[in-house]
Design a protein. Structure first.
Length: 261
């Protein structure tokens, strides 16, 4: 049973659950920071910080709002349709039952795949056509996309959090702390990624992998995100060595101009 009462922070178990959930939210937020960094980079420099901060602030409000509808969100795990020609890998011998949570994960994963693949193409293929989007509409498009993908990650992380703690107040505190950490580090991470074109492509490749995992999870294929984070950490380590080795060489210039969304 989920509680709305103020937790007793003098209890070590409560503190451990808060720290654990906060750490989980921060780790899951890595996806968001990378996605926000790539999107914000499409805007003029004077608007990039504003887009990151506004996107994360609205995302925080949305996550807290979703926490107050946690009872309704739990129903998202109830099956709504059965796929007769697919077996459920989590329950052998039965047909695959798709819930609204699964639908959200599948749609979100497809969105990440399409968006990341398109971004890689647009950054490597320089268009001869001038940008046809005004700064205001482009800024709005970036904020909308940040909120859309955060909604997908929010459903996944909140339903995961329910399995760790049973107090809504702890969940809200963990979400606030994790979002504050993201607000603090989103700028430096964004500037670092944008400074090195190879890291932009690596980040987009990471988002493609996350998209595939979301789709797989939507079809009840269990896959540990830790493998992806480990692979990303190793690839990042190798790329940092490459960056250091070619420090005195000129970077490849990617196409970061605004395009029609």
């Amino acid at each position: 049973m989920l509680l709305f009462t103020m937790p007793d922070f003098s209890n070590p178990a409560i503190l451990i659950s808060l720290v654990t959930l906060t750490f989980l939210e921060i780790v899951l937020g890595i996806d968001n920071i990378i996605f926000i960094s790539i999107l914000a980079n499409k805007l003029p420099k004077e608007q990039q910080a504003k887009a990151r901060n506004l996107g994360l602030t609205l995302a925080l409000i949305m996550r807290i709002g979703l926490l107050f509808t946690i009872t309704w969100m739990m129903k998202l795990k109830d099956p709504v349709v059965t796929v007769p020609f697919l077996d459920d890998p989590t329950n052998p011998g039965t047909n695959l039952a798709i819930s609204w949570k699964d639908v959200i994960l599948i749609v979100g994963g497809i969105f990440l795949l399409i968006k990341s693949t398109t971004e890689i193409h647009n950054k490597l293929e320089r268009s001869e056509k001038p940008a046809s989007v005004s700064g205001t509409s482009s800024f709005t498009a970036v904020i909308v996309q940040i909120l859309l993908i955060d909604a997908v990650f929010s459903v996944d992380s909140i339903l995961t959090a329910v399995g760790l703690v049973d107090n809504i107040v702890i969940m809200i505190i963990a979400v606030i702390i994790s979002m504050l950490v993201m607000l603090i580090f989103a700028g430096p991470i964004s500037r670092f990624i944008n400074k090195h074109p190879s890291l932009q492509v690596l980040a987009l490749a990471f988002l493609i992998a996350i998209g595939i995992i979301l789709i797989a999870n939507g079809f009840h294929q269990e896959f540990n995100k830790g493998y992806i984070y480990t692979a990303l950490a190793f690839a990042l380590f190798v790329e940092m060595i490459n960056i250091r080795m070619r420090r005195n060489k000129e970077n490849v210039e990617l196409n970061n101009s605004s395009i029609k969304e």
